[in-house]
Design a binder for this molecule. Sequence first.
Ligand code: F6R
Length: 248
Amino acid sequence: LPVSVYSNQHEASVAVANRIADLIRSKQAKGEKAVLGLATGVTPIGVYAELVRQHKEAGLSFKNVITFNLDEYYPMKPTAQQSYVTFMYENLFSYIDIDKANVHIPDGTLDKDAVAGYCLAYEKQIEELGGLDLQILGIGRTGHIGFNEPGSAPNSGTRMVTLDDLTRSDASRDFGGKANVPTKAITMGIGTIFKAREIILMAWSRKKAPIIKKAVEGEISGEVPATYLQLSDHVEFVLDEAAASELT
Ligand code: F6R
């Protein structure tokens, strides 16, 4: 499994942002769209900040970019402070020239009966655009990627899932208490993520070191969904020294 370790989170974030910018520019040069899979959470914030900087200071345009976010809580109003819609606009979309019609984030407002059909359509939209060129990922302390918690199948698609207790504890600060954290989410599946032509998983800080060790060196198992990435030949782990500190 290719692992790149940077001395700090900022350098690592700039390196990932540069790869995204290179992809966007090379697609632009060919008159093509770049299809990006995006993550939320604290991990990619520095990447988005660097992309915004490059948009403002280096003329990086997102006019040819189409995005699909990994996940959204369910139920969740897009206008809520904790929604991943709010997160994406506050950290990226409000500051770049992306066409808002090209932004896709799972809809946390659907009726329960509508979710399965919506999830199939989400997959189909990605497929019809030729698939994801690049998927960026964080990792949860449960080993989740997207919200694919322990027990997720390697071929899973976009679907409604139940959040792990640890994931809800980790989210409790954003929600002012664990009781307020939704129990469910809509997430792209492991199978959806795998189909991306390139996958970059990022992790920073000592807090992520134990799960990074399991993900990179542990036995491949549904108990730690990120271990499935060991089976991919187009994945790279981008870490800071602290997150890499337990690797042998
Ligand atoms: C977010 C997502 C999650 C997070 C993970 C890490 O869209 O899919 O898998 O990447 O929970 O979260 P942070 O970055 O907040 O530590």
